[in-house]
Design a protein around this ligand. Structure first.
Ligand code: NAP
Length: 242
């Protein structure tokens, strides 16, 4: 079944996607390909990237590069590769993330920094590398995925909430800086995604209430479309049925 019944024409678009090797990444990747885009993945684990390519039948519109999204030089090399292959870079989707517990009262700076490195450093660095060709052509879509924890702190998840909130504030600043350049920057906030890890961690919960990876992908693709030109600096909650 396709991820999106409606069609956003991304046939001329080139995308850089991070976090593609997780639970939601493959749905986002499939949705981009279904809409006609060319997609370059920045993966830290080459074997996982290769497996994704095999799963998609070796689609020629898919490029897989081993690049840590928090490594500016590696991301700039990937951008050069994309520009050489496709002559353009229109869309960046920052999907890197992961939950980690850390208590507020413990003042556990190491844990808070780890959440920040994972959520903020990756998105900020990937964006800094990708935005140059967007600015040069006067068109760009930057979509990050954070969490509804950005909106309200949660018990035992201080670093996670702080990092996600930081990504929202940074996105707002980026949107202000780029709003007259044809570039939008937005952030999608799931509450809980239906993943095997969440099913194992919350066996008594009803997973049909959680957002599916396809529901997250639909929002990401909409924000990546030309049609979403009027939406920037937005943090869009996706609570699904919770
Ligand atoms: N799952 C949820 O309930 C939930 C709720 C709210 C928000 N979110 C957010 O939604 C997005 C998708 O969630 P998900 O559950 O599909 O994620 P996931 O399965 O945990 O996948 C995370 C992805 O990020 C990559 N990654 C993690 N840490 C990294 C780091 N330090 N440097 C580079 N790459 C790193 C992973 O790469 P490897 O494959 O190499 O490990 C993987 O591709 C994430 O941004 C997550 O924070 C998820």
């Amino acid at each position: 079944m396709p991820i999106l019944a409606a069609m956003f024409d991304l046939t001329k678009r080139a995308v850089v996607l991070t976090g593609a090797t997780g639970n939601t990444g493959p749905a986002v990747l499939r949705a981009y390909l279904e809409q006609g885009a060319h997609v370059a993945l920045a993966v830290r684990d080459a074997a996982k990237g290769a497996a994704l390519k095999v799963d998609l039948g070796g689609d020629e519109r898919l490029m897989v590069a081993t690049a840590d999204p928090a490594d500016r030089k590696a991301m700039e090399r990937l951008v050069e590769q994309v520009l050489r292959a496709w002559g353009r870079l229109d869309i960046l989707a920052n999907l890197v993330g992961g939950y980690a517990a850390s208590a507020a009262a413990e003042g556990d700076l190491a844990a808070y920094r780890a959440s920040w490195e994972q959520k903020v450093a990756t998105a900020v660095t990937a964006t800094a590398a990708c935005i140059r060709p967007m600015r040069a052509r006067g068109y760009g879509r930057i979509v990050s995925v954070a969490s509804m924890a950005a909106l309200k702190g949660e018990k035992g998840a201080a670093g996670y909430a702080m990092a996600n909130a930081a990504l929202v504030r940074w996105t707002e600043s980026l949107a202000e800086e780029t709003k007259r350049e044809g570039i939008t920057a937005n952030v999608v906030l799931p509450r809980i995604i239906d993943t095997p890890e969440n099913r194992a961690a919350m066996p008594k919960s009803d997973p049909s209430r959680w957002a599916t990876p396809a529901e997250i992908a639909a929002v990401v693709v909409f924000l990546s479309s030309a049609e979403a030109s009027g939406v920037t600096g937005a943090a869009i909650p996706v609570p699904a049925r919770t």
